[in-house]
Design a protein. Structure first.
Length: 291
């Protein structure tokens, strides 16, 4: 029996039973079984050569269940029929993506309830996993690469994985990718089996870290910023309170994120007291599922 047929049969069985579930239950299954990434810490002594490395695409996470395209939270994505017509009846995981540094335009395309064909022609489905609890990631990589080669659709692409043998090699590759506009890298333990939630089996590496925090106060500006925002006082997800005074445009200082809003900030590690080091404002958080 061909390898594809075996995969086909396994997933048809899974999809038969999940199809009997109401959509809310199926959405819950997707949201709770999705594999998520932890942040890679450069001082962590992990064997780099044990990981397969790929680009971190700044797109919108999309789960193909075999019959439906869903967000990480299990919500339906309104893609045109032609976009999903050639997708197989097996479970795939990936990112909807257009090009580097184009997330806002992509989000506009994907969030439109009535899909516009001419805009969706810009979108690619970048597949980075074919979940199967029985197989290590290295085997799953071969499976999804072979499957997508058989599909042979221009808008469905396999995410390339490669190995590095040292932190230095990895850092050089990260720098080259970032210089070309990439967001960062993903590291996937080659021997790891698919598991839900976050673990060291899947790591994300960016040139900086980012996190979210709630705005709890506005601090007044001085000098040229008199009468405008000087800094935001925020509380992050770890309960640490600190101030962010950089990263704002003059327009944002004149009309700062309101108290109670959630912002995204970038930083470079922590101080000894756990305060994000060199924190800088990035944006007000939008209600999008982009991981």
């Amino acid at each position: 029996m061909p390898a594809f047929s075996k995969i086909h049969i396994v997933y048809l069985t899974v999809l038969y039973f999940t199809a009997l579930l109401p959509h809310s239950a199926f959405a819950l299954q997707v949201s709770t079984q999705t594999q998520l990434a932890k942040v890679y810490e450069e001082n962590t002594s992990i064997p780099i050569s044990d990981y397969l490395v790929s680009e971190k695409y700044d797109g919108i996470r999309a789960i193909w269940t075999g019959s439906e395209l869903l967000t990480r939270q299990g919500n339906p994505i309104s893609a045109p029929e032609w976009f999903t017509a050639s997708l197989p009846d097996v479970w795939l995981d990936g990112e909807l993506w257009t090009k580097r540094q184009n997330f806002e335009a992509l989000s506009s395309i994907v969030r439109t309830q009535t899909p516009k064909d001419n805009r969706w022609r810009q979108v690619k489905y970048m597949v980075f996993d074919m979940p199967d609890a029985r197989l290590p990631f290295e085997e799953r990589y071969k499976n999804y690469s072979n499957l997508i080669a058989q599909i042979n659709a221009e808008h469905i692409k396999p995410v390339k994985q490669q190995r590095f043998h040292s932190n230095h090699e990895l850092s050089e590759h990260l720098q080259a990718m970032v210089d070309d506009g990439a967001e960062g890298l993903m590291l996937h333990l080659a021997t790891a089996h698919h598991q839900s939630g976050r673990s060291d089996a899947l790591l994300k590496l960016k040139p900086y870290f980012d996190n979210e925090a709630e705005v709890i106060a506005h601090l007044p500006g001085k000098g040229k910023y008199t009468g405008m925002l000087g800094a935001l006082r925020v509380r992050n997800q770890q309960g640490i309170e600190f101030s962010i005074g950089t990263g704002f445009t003059d327009a944002e200082r004149a009309n700062p994120p309101p108290v109670g809003s959630i912002i995204t900030y970038k930083y470079h590690g922590y101080t000894n007291n756990g305060v994000p080091r060199f924190a800088s404002f990035l944006r007000i958080r939008e209600n999008v599922e982009d991981e």
